[in-house]
Design a protein around this ligand. Structure first.
Ligand code: ADP
Ligand code: MG
Length: 325
């Protein structure tokens, strides 16, 4: 059985220098030297077996997901990812599991040149917590709080796919390949986040569900002298083909509004920035859909062919409510 230090050396410590990382794994702490004129953005996210992923999830997928969830938070801040920290509680020192887990983690980390700069390894029920540090030019981080009446609302990609996959899996049905990939290997929208700097008035990543996360933008942008609301156009919600085939239009639409864990970005833009954003996203080949607009009237509304309904109640994932249930 490998000991703690063998595990770190074998699976997590890698050679090679990362820019700005003066001291990495091996000392009591990492030393990071930020570039002048840059702000650091720090995000952290914990994955618990049986809660955030099924107990039988492949180790490589867990490694990928831990990195993806954090990259998505950095994307929502408009930050470029730089350094990662990994806190790992392991039920046993299973070397096959560790090899696959670290391969999945580094597969995604390497796509963004993220250096693993430290962490902690203990025994216990499987728990994977990653902290990421990213950078933005000074004062340019994107927040949730800048949406204004008249802004247009967009979402990247096709939200709802991961939740649909989870639903198929729970029912014991086969999961269509595109939904399965969105669920097990979500692609964080890092390039989109960086492209939105200086353009978006508010950004959030869709982890709890599009409607629930948009509500966070509305709440946080409402502080100050005015309150805001939003109207979404049901006809404009992006419906992935397999979602439509599985559930039909009405249910697919509510899946798009309530499904979490896709790690798409939802953002608002003042009208004058829309063409620039669309050109930037087209150049990067990033899918984006306009879904509604910010209004002066409070609340979240959905326009359908039948009229306008107010969206209330629990449209999204909330861990504590789920535990109460
Ligand atoms: P200490 O006991 O001083 O807290 P540790 O023995 O826990 O230090 O860790 C030794 C080194 O290994 C540190 O640099 C720490 O950041 C790193 N480390 C420990 N666990 C991990 C891990 N799972 N992934 C990456 N680095 C790790
Ligand atoms: Mg120490």
């Amino acid at each position: 059985m490998p000991g703690e230090f063998d595990i770190i050396r074998e699976y997590f410590q890698r050679n090679g220098k990362a820019e700005g990382l003066v001291t990495g794994i091996g000392d009591d702490g990492a030393v990071i030297r930020p570039a002048p004129g840059r702000d650091l953005v720090v995000v952290t996210d914990t994955l618990v077996a049986g809660r955030h992923f099924p107990e039988d999830r492949a180790a490589a997928d867990i490694g990928w997901l831990a990195m993806a969830a954090n990259l998505s938070d950095l994307a929502a801040m408009g930050a470029e990812p730089k350094y990662a920290f990994l806190n790992l509680a392991l039920p046993s020192a299973d070397e096959i599991w560790l090899r696959e887990f670290s391969a999945g983690l580094f597969e995604l980390a390497d796509q963004y040149s993220v250096a693993l700069a430290g962490g902690d390894t203990t025994s216990g029920p499987l728990n994977v917590s990653v902290t990421l540090i990213g950078e933005v030019p000074e004062g340019r981080a994107l927040l949730r709080s800048g949406a204004k009446p008249g802004d247009h609302i967009f979402v990247t990609g096709w939200p709802g796919r991961a939740a649909a996959a989870l639903q198929c899996w729970r029912r014991g049905e086969s999961v269509p390949a595109d939904l399965d990939i969105a669920w097990r290997r979500p692609e964080p929208r890092v390039a989109a986040g960086v492209a939105l700097r200086g353009l978006a008035s508010a950004v959030i990543d869709v982890s709890d569900g599009l409607a629930a996360d948009l509500r966070h933008i509305l709440e946080q942008s409402s502080a100050g002298q005015y309150e805001i609301g939003a109207i979404l156009d049901a006809e404009k919600l992006p419906l992935a083909k397999s979602l439509l085939e599985l559930f039909g239009g009405t249910q697919a639409r509510s899946g798009v509004l309530s499904g979490g864990d896709d790690y798409e970005l939802c953002f608002t833009l003042p009208p004058e920035n829309v063409p620039v954003m669309q050109a930037a996203f087209a150049a990067l080949n990033l899918p984006v859909h306009e879904i509604g607009s910010i209004e002066e009237e409070r609340g979240l509304r959905l326009k359908t062919t039948a009229g306008v309904e107010t969206l209330t109640g629990q449209l999204g994932w909330d861990h504590f409510r789920e535990m109460d249930a």
